[in-house]
Design a protein around this ligand. Structure first.
Ligand SMILES: Nc1ncnc2c1ncn2[C@@H]1O[C@H](COP(=O)(O)OP(=O)(O)OP(=O)(O)O)[C@@H](O)[C@H]1O
Length: 266
């Protein structure tokens, strides 16, 4: 096997990012001095207590929120230009599908808006629904699918315009553990086959360790990065890896980071 190229292209370069919300009740410091580099092809999980700024960090990268200070490059551009260049697909905690559109028509919606031809929309709908194992469900409506299947549709929709990055905000948080395990395995396959860079918010330590090449542990508000942990499990890992000492050691380090950053006075 050849060694990895010495310097992979950076898709996220954040320097000293801080963000303070001005609210009617005063200032809310959501992010404080966040430095982060993410290379192309990585799977990066963000983990931390509720309200620590994980979603805010994802939204800043997506240019849905502007930092108060700091500098940010996404895919080598300003966050705004990266958004305009459709550098990312966004998957929310809820699948956010339109109930009156079939699965296929939901998937085609961003493609329609972007002006893809009907023929190209059709080709992509077939390709990406097959990729998330939903061939045969094209004409169903969202409410005829399980929660896990709906979330797979929203992943296919986010991939349909072939963005460089997938931003996923707790996509499996509302699902039961067995479905979640299954989707974790499928997402790993998808990540391998598409070679996308994935930024993934989660509350689950096993999910973060199983999926990631890098885990970003955040402190309670204001969100700061308290540890960045590299994981290098084999690409063809299965869920059984969760019982191994190597896995448990990384999970313990994440847990220690979360504990160290946590204030129990709140
Ligand atoms: N638009 C906003 N206006 C004011 N405060 C906000 C806004 N968005 C987020 N916040 C606050 O910023 C902090 C960080 O929120 P954020 O949603 O990023 O946390 P999180 O880590 O994703 O939380 P969770 O795990 O519960 O989803 C919270 O205190 C939240 O109340």
């Amino acid at each position: 096997m050849s060694a990895e190229p010495a310097s992979k292209r950076l898709v996220v370069e954040a320097k000293a990012i801080s963000l303070t919300f001005e609210t009617a009740d005063g200032r809310v410091e959501a992010l404080s001095n966040v430095d982060l580099q993410i290379a192309e092809g990585e799977f990066v999980s963000f983990i931390g207590p509720s309200g620590c700024g994980k979603t805010t960090m994802l939204r800043v990268i997506a240019d849905l929120q502007q930092p108060t200070s700091g500098t940010l490059l996404v895919n080598g551009m300003t966050a705004e230009n990266a958004r305009l260049a459709r550098s990312y697909g966004y998957v929310f905690q809820a699948p956010a599908l339109f109930p009156w559109r079939t699965i296929e028509k939901n998937l085609k919606l961003p493609l329609e808006i972007m002006g893809f031809s009907e023929n190209e929309q059709q080709i992509r709908a077939e390709r990406y629904l097959a990729m998330v194992n939903l061939k045969g469900f094209e004409r169903k409506f969202p409410w005829q699918l399980s929660g896990g299947m709906q979330q797979r549709v929203s992943i296919a929709r986010a991939l349909s315009f072939d963005p460089a990055m997938l931003l996923m905000d707790e996509p499996f948080g509302a699902l039961d553990e067995i479905v979640r395990d299954h989707l974790n395995e499928q997402l790993l396959q998808l990540w391998k086959s598409t070679e996308k860079t994935v930024l993934f918010v989660t509350h689950s330590i096993p999910e973060a360790v199983f999926l990631s090449t890098k885990i970003v542990v955040m402190s309670p508000r204001p969100g700061r990065i308290i540890d960045i942990i590299d994981c290098d499990f084999p690409a063809d890992r299965s869920l059984e890896i969760r019982e191994t000492p190597e896995f448990l050691k990384i999970a313990q380090r994440v847990r220690n980071g979360l504990r160290a950053g946590h204030s129990y006075d709140e």
